[in-house]
Design a protein around this ligand. Structure first.
Ligand code: PMT
Length: 239
């Protein structure tokens, strides 16, 4: 049976989306609900793993029996992941990490003003308000957590790495590229074009890309079922 097939295993799962502050009341974010990542964490717990769940802000109940570490930004998620993987056997990154963040979050709420000119936020170079009333935000690149982990050669033990990819086009090429560039054992390509799959839904449609070239198209399933299928593959990679 599957019960107990992750006993003694230490796993790290990331879930939800990161929020990158613009000012004290606003952020750049995405539509991740955390459902996929929480399903992965709960399935691993049920199979006997010790689970560290690194979660962006979500409105899901706290799962019992997992070590929950809450983060908001990509930088905080990176620090939490790097610290957790030093004694882990598996990392699954299902979080939707923001690729960019505002360069200098404003310390005061940015005010809209008629006629342009300088205002809160602009002195710190958060962005600029133009005379036509438009506002442009300066964004800079966030760390690529999986990408930087691929460069780290000094992990004390072998880490099985699973990444996700939310693609809207060229799914196969992009998935294969991410699998190799981020040195993953498994890449879960998530269909985000259908209404019963992707961000916020209870069901999901994924294609699995294995490092050895094998590709598996899974049917639409509840996210709990997708989580079980992913852990089945990880268990075979661990043995
Ligand atoms: O939370 P739900 O509502 O249930 O939705 C689930 C989901 C659709 C968010 C999830 O299944 C999913 O597809 N997550 C990955 C979304 C994504 O943004 O992928 P990406 O193609 O941008 O990133 C590829 C991989 O690199 C991911 O594993 C990601 O966690 C990781 N990454 C991305 C950016 C970054 N700066 N650092 C990273 O490590």
């Amino acid at each position: 049976g599957k019960k107990g097939d992750l006993a003694g295993c230490r796993v790290v799962v990331t879930a939800g989306g990161t929020q990158e502050p613009i000012d004290p009341v606003r952020y750049v974010g995405n539509r991740s609900s955390g459902k996929m990542g929480y399903a992965l964490a709960e399935e691993a717990r049920d199979r006997g793993a010790h689970v560290v769940l690194i979660s962006g802000p979500v409105s899901l109940p706290v799962p019992y029996g997992v070590e929950l570490r809450r983060v908001e930004t990509a930088a905080q998620m990176q620090a939490a992941v790097f610290s957790a993987v030093t004694n882990a056997d598996v990392l699954i990154m299902s979080a939707a990490v923001a690729d960019f963040r505002p360069a200098h979050p404003a310390s005061q709420k940015i005010k809209k003003r008629l006629g342009g000119g300088r205002g809160a936020g602009e002195g710190e170079n958060t962005g600029e308000q133009a005379t036509d009333g438009s506002f442009s935000l300066h964004l800079i690149k966030n760390p690529d957590i999986l990408g930087e982990l691929a460069q780290m050669q000094d992990l004390p033990r072998r880490l099985v790495r699973v990444g996700f990819a939310a693609e809207t086009e060229n799914v196969v090429e992009n998935a294969k590229d991410k699998l190799h560039r981020k040195q993953l054992d498994l890449l879960v390509a998530n269909d985000v074009t259908r209404s019963d799959s992707g961000f916020g839904t209870n069901t999901n449609k994924v294609t699995l890309f294995h490092a050895n070239g094998v590709m598996e198209d899974l049917p639409v399933m509840p996210k709990t079922g997708v989580a079980a299928a992913i852990w089945d593959r990880v268990v075979s990679l661990l043995s």
